[in-house]
Design a protein around this ligand. Structure first.
Ligand SMILES: Cc1cc2nc3c(=O)[nH]c(=O)nc-3n(C[C@H](O)[C@H](O)[C@H](O)COP(=O)(O)O)c2cc1C
Length: 373
């Protein structure tokens, strides 16, 4: 199980845990895997606080930071961020915002308090914001990798991370994405099959992983999408992956900072309860199916807008869902992959890592026994 990328990063097991919770990052890194903090929702100042806390709790073990760095596009550098945001806001049809508000009202989800700060919906999804987060991440020596969620990071970010002695990688949902990352000189590629949580393509892991591994060799590939056990990890490594990158698995661990109602929803879900929907971000994203996703799928309702416009439409639902998780349970944003069906009880992150290792060994022993019969 100890692959080359384990030596490069100084980790024991090639188990990469994507999470928004610092406690999960620390627990996984302390157990011999590597926690990766999703930084999208943080300002640079907040990220500094989170990473300082992780440094204090990770005992010198490595961890990573995941950022959304959009590929640069014409005019982005010159454009004043406020002007850009005003232009984008103006493109959102009033009917979409009204439809979203009515859905929330029909489900009895209260408005945010008057004095509560409101997010615009653009979140941290601009190159300028991401650059600030990267600078913070690179000030923390235990941060050993930076990953990018959507697209190939721009050359200046790749150069900055690599010249600091760290690895930079990015998610890919198709061979074309992966080849683009390879051309940009990334150090590793996270290949995410369709069953994974969050933004996904439409090809399943068992087909996509080997396609991408062959296309980008010798760049290390981490297999993502549907990994919830050591048996699935053994399958990924048998197909040539250097490790596994998982997200759904860490939503239901004891250390996860998730409201009790949302946790109960995740624990009750089966592998058939997810859908790839554009209704929150504008790009196909796997999440639990609920009244919100159904409403945007219906024939007589507005179609979701492209990213980032749909995020502006949906931000109120996300914010009100965070504030009132119980009232919003049928319209909440619950990103997760199909492997959520395996999560039926809350476990410690450390136990999850160690049981994956045990199951992996059992699976490989079983194969060994079969091949020597
Ligand atoms: C709740 C949730 C939020 C996610 N947010 C991000 C993100 O901000 N950035 C990112 O690179 N990947 C994100 N992902 C995708 C994960 O990094 C990972 O690729 C995916 O969860 C792997 O598939 P699995 O869910 O089957 O384990 C998210 C996944 C989940 C479940």
């Amino acid at each position: 199980m100890h692959t080359e990328i384990c030596d490069t990063l100084g980790i024991e097991f090639p188990i990469f845990a994507f999470t928004h919770c610092r406690d999960v990052v620390a627990a996984v890194s302390n157990a011999g895997g590597i926690g990766v903090l999703g930084a999208i929702a943080f300002t640079p100042e907040q990220l500094e606080v989170e990473l300082t806390w992780i440094d204090e709790h990770v005992g010198g073990h490595p961890y990573g930071v995941d950022i959304v760095i959009p590929a640069k596009y014409e005019g982005m550098d010159e454009m004043d961020p406020e002007k850009l945001e005003a232009q984008i806001q103006a493109l959102v049809p009033a009917a979409h915002k009204e439809f979203a508000r009515k859905l929330l009202a029909d489900h009895g989800v209260p408005d945010l308090p008057e004095d509560e700060e409101r997010s615009s919906g653009m979140m941290g999804w601009t190159a300028a914001h991401a650059a600030g987060l990267v600078d913070v991440a690179l000030r923390h020596p235990n941060v050993r990798l930076v990953a990018n969620a959507l697209g190939t990071p721009p050359p200046d970010v790749v150069a900055k991370v690599q010249s600091s002695g760290r690895l930079i990688g990015a998610l890919a949902g198709s061979v074309a994405h992966a080849l683009h990352h390879k051309d940009a000189g990334l150090d590793f590629i996270i290949c995410q099959g369709s069953e994974g949580g969050g933004h996904t393509g439409d090809v399943g892991s068992i087909v996509l992983w080997p396609e991408v591994i062959e296309a980008v060799a010798p760049i290390p590939v981490l297999a993502a999408g549907g990994v919830g056990s050591g048996r699935q990890m053994a399958a990924a490594l048998a197909l040539g992956a250097q490790g596994v990158w998982s997200g759904t698995l860490w939503l239901t661990v004891e250390e996860a900072d998730i409201p009790p109602g949302q946790m109960a929803t995740y624990l009750a879900a089966s592998s058939r309860d997810t859908i790839r929907s554009r209704s929150f971000t504008g790009k196909p994203c796997r999440m639990l199916k609920n009244d919100w996703t159904d409403a945007w799928e219906a024939e007589d309702t507005p179609d979701p807008l492209p990213m980032p416009l749909q995020m502006i439409v949906a931000i109120e639902a996300v914010s009100r869902g965070h504030r009132y998780p119980e009232q919003a349970k049928d319209v909440n944003f619950n990103p997760c992959g199909q492997v959520i069906g395996r999560a039926t009880k809350v476990r410690k992150a450390r136990d999850v890592v160690l049981s994956m290792v045990e199951e992996y060994i059992e699976a490989t022993d079983r194969l060994q026994a079969v091949s020597t019969v």
